[in-house]
Write a protein of this length. Structure first.
Lengths: 314, 482
């Protein structure tokens, strides 16, 4: 038995060493990836801390690809920051990462992807590991369930780093166009995809799994915390291409009703932010340049309305 | 709890360590612990399933004792029928009731009558077809006096619910497995290491090949009309590979896991895609089910003895029932019937036992004839698999009907997956390793000289990394639904 345990132990130890090597490998691929933009976004939040009021956009990539902050800032005269990067960090991580930067006078516009409300998606997935590899100090934000997800996804992440590292040694750098740190503008919006045209796949995005009430409860907790600091949370609906929207209409309507019954301030309706396929870049949530401007204009209208009338959504 | 899940990755080592370090003192403790672990494993899906398996096992345990003790044939027969009625009754209720009801209603509708029938809103208990067949064989063997009834209830319950093979086989005969519960297991290094390697090979087949093929197969079978004939054909071939890797992968993990606990389960797959005709294929595919049907249905019906009509009838019965065992759908029945059609000429020409050995025995490569035979057998099994996979017979016919088309000769669509060449490499790796190992029990069943061991260890590490990196989206094992 001891021989067996020793051999098996050695086998798993070799795997563990490979994963650790992958995790700690200094990789150009990581420092240039979109995940690294978290530092740029934190810096933006720190640099604007003295502004009396800020509009802070938060969410997943539907927000990073779907808002043009300079237009919001010009129209409303309020400093604007887009903190969104990737939905797959999970809504919990996104909110926990933002929370220390919230201060009095801030208006946080949160637009979580619909998938965040299904099952445990709001706890994150593989991207959570990528995010933590970039900013390890954020590990304190993880709860036990997120740690399980982290360890589940760590091996594959470590191996993909090794793979990219090895291919970079041979000069084979993968093209990552819009998914790149330099694709973000000075406000935190993605602009790097404007010159590309990929288009959507034929099949609609399908929201799988049960609705998870824990997500709205978590947003409510965040809302309470924000209010305590003298800031305001507004929930907007993500953009979702029309075929996906129609395919999931019931699920989305149910979510809308749940928000209506909560204490959370809501901007607009889900239908308002669903556009024809020609406005999308490469997924049901990612807008192209035209789509980005279209959605930004709608958000500006809704925000103006809100700012004029605090009881707007009720 | 799926074999390819984090939960199982935690469950298995915990059960292994407790089994060999804490409850290894005596046989009774080992069996009680295995029973508890198996019920925990099964209850993880739905604790309500436990009631059914427990009830069915207890009934069979006592009925078999009565059958063995009874000397009057009529009484013994009556008790056996009671056992069959209860086991098959549960199976019918949970698996086939709605199918028969729908077919009944449809046949009336066809004659211009319509009526509403109350469908049952029930879930199919995982693995019910597998453990029902296991307990059936036990009762029948006791009735035939081929087997003594189980000595104690714990051993019998542990035999029925033994977690490695509970939900998707191999369907173990009591003659083979039950006596292993009567002997205290002692740790065997070679058995355990070989078991681990078999688990690794099974996970490679399931997580890398089957799960990745599945994402393509879903697209192609769901929307076959929008793809070129070459893409549809690729989908059919990929499904043949997927179903093999999914099910034989499961069997490898099951057999390997059992070996970690000192049990030897029967082989369930013997590299079926290297078969030279359909008869050989059926001796190598899902062996535990094929032999079950042979021993408990085909031979009692008369087998290959008797008149021509009787032979044909028996072949159709066994294949159609086998198809029906897989699921309550006409697609499975058609799949079974089609295999009967493929098999029949071999039986009638007495060529169904032409290939009992391994292909290209003593040679590195097959000769031209063998290659053509293997490819032909693979092609006709692919044709039958279309019915197995399609959601309806009409769809299956639509898929097959779409194939003779000029778009058969263009390159298949790739679905923009950059990893596609790697999947092709992994399929090539599968067939290369299995070809080299075709005389062995499984792909990583090494029996090589000492100096090659470090190389084989490196290969295992490489395979583990390959599994982690290229595993597809986690999918349930296909055979769980049966």
């Amino acid at each position: 038995m001891s021989k067996f345990l020793k051999q098996t132990g050695l086998f798993f130890l070799s795997l563990l060493l490979i994963f650790l090597a992958g995790w700690s490998i200094p990789s150009k691929w990581i420092t240039e990836s979109l995940h690294y933009s978290v530092y740029d976004k934190h810096k933006l939040l720190e640099e604007t801390v003295d502004k009396s009021s800020r509009i802070i956009f938060a969410g997943g990539s539907n927000v990073s690809f779907g808002v043009y902050s300079p237009a919001v800032e010009d129209s409303l005269g309020i400093t604007t920051v887009n903190t969104a990067i990737h939905a797959a960090y999970g809504l919990k991580y996104i909110l926990d990462d933002l929370e220390p930067y919230v201060k009095k006078g801030d208006i946080i516009v949160l637009a979580p992807e619909y998938a965040q409300f299904q099952e445990d998606s709001f706890l994150g997935s593989a991207a959570l590991v990528q995010g933590l590899n970039v900013i390890p100090q954020n590990s304190k934000l993880l709860d036990s369930r997120q740690w399980v997800l982290f360890f589940k996804n760590l091996p594959r992440h470590a191996l993909s780093k090794i793979r990219f590292y090895l291919s970079s040694l041979f000069g084979n750098n993968a093209s990552i166009d819009a998914y790149h740190r330099s694709a973000f503008n000075a406000y935190g919006d993605v602009e790097g995809h404007w010159s590309y045209q990929i288009g959507l796949s034929k099949s609609p995005d399908v929201l799988v799994g049960q609705y998870n009430p824990e997500v709205i409860a978590y947003i409510e907790r965040f809302d309470a915390l924000v209010k305590k600091r003298g800031a305001q949370l507004l929930v907007a609906f993500p953009t979702f291409n029309q075929s996906s929207f129609l395919h999931n209409a019931k699920v989305i309507e149910h979510l809308y009703q749940e928000f209506q019954q909560s204490d959370i301030e809501v901007l607009g309706t889900p239908e308002r932010y669903s556009f024809p396929d020609r406005f999308y870049y490469d997924s049901a949530y990612h807008l192209n340049r035209d789509g980005q401007f279209k959605r930004t204009n709608l958000l500006i209208e809704d925000l103006k309305h809100y700012l004029q009338n605090a009881t707007y959504s009720r | 709890m799926l074999f390819n899940s984090i939960e199982f990755a935690i469950f298995l080592p915990v059960v292994f360590l407790i089994y060999w370090f804490i409850v290894n003192k005596n046989l009774q403790l080992q069996n009680i612990f295995l029973l508890a672990a198996s019920y925990f494993f099964y209850g993880w899906w739905d604790y309500r399933f436990l009631v059914l398996i427990l009830f069915s096992s207890i009934v069979d345990f006592f009925l078999a004792k009565k059958i063995a003790a009874e000397s009057r044939n009529s009484q013994r027969k009556a008790l056996l029928f009671l056992s069959l009625f209860l086991n098959l009754g549960f199976l019918f209720y949970f698996k086939y009731y709605n199918f028969f009801l729908d077919s009944f209603v449809q046949s009336f509708t066809a004659f211009g009558h319509s009526f509403d029938a109350q469908r049952l809103d029930i879930i199919l208990p995982v693995g019910i077809s597998f453990y029902t067949f296991q307990t059936l064989s036990y009762s029948i063997d006791v009735y035939r006096r081929k087997l003594e009834p189980a000595k104690d209830l714990v051993s019998f319950l542990a035999y029925v619910s033994f977690f490695p093979q509970l939900v998707a086989g191999p369907i173990e005969r009591a003659v083979n497995l039950l006596p292993q519960f009567y002997r205290k297991r002692t740790f065997n290094y070679f058995q355990a290491t070989d078991g681990l390697r078999q688990i690794l090979w099974g996970l490679f087949k399931k997580m890398v090949i089957a799960d990745n093929c599945s994402t393509y197969v879903i697209h192609i079978f769901d929307d076959y009309g929008v793809y070129s004939a070459s893409t549809t054909l690729l989908g059919c071939v990929l499904f043949a590979i997927q179903i093999y890797c999914d099910f034989s992968g499961y069997s490898d993990v099951a057999i390997g896991t059992a070996r970690l606990f000192g049990f030897d389960l029967k082989r369930n797959f013997a590299f079926p895609y290297f078969s030279r005709d359909i008869a050989e294929f059926w001796r190598r595919w899902h062996i535990s089910l094929s032999t079950w049907f042979r021993d408990y249905l085909y031979i009692p019906l008369g087998g290959s003895q008797g008149s021509l009509g009787k032979k044909v009838r028996n072949i159709f019965i066994i294949f159609i029932v086998s198809g029906f065992w897989h699921g309550a759908n006409w697609t499975y029945i058609t799949w079974g019937a089609l295999n009967a059609v493929f098999f029949l000429p071999l039986l009638l020409l007495s060529k169904n036992r032409s290939y009992l050995g391994v292909v290209a025995e003593g040679r590195t490569l097959p000769n031209f004839t063998e290659l053509i035979q293997m490819l032909t057998t693979f092609a006709i099994t692919c044709l039958a698999w279309v019915f197995f996979r399609a959601s309806s017979v009409e769809k299956a016919l639509g898929i097959i009907g779409q194939l003779p088309n000029k778009t058969l000769f263009i390159l298949p669509q790739s679905f923009n997956d950059t990893n596609l060449p790697l999947y092709a490499v992994s399929i090539a790796l599968l067939f290369t390793v299995e070809w080299i190992q075709r005389n062995s029990e499984h792909g990583l069943n090494f029996a090589d000289p000492e100096y090659l061991k470090p190389l084989k260890r490196l290969f295992c590490i490489f395979l583990a990394l390959f599994i982690i990196y290229y595993s597809g989206e986690q999918q349930q094992f296909t055979y769980f639904q049966f």
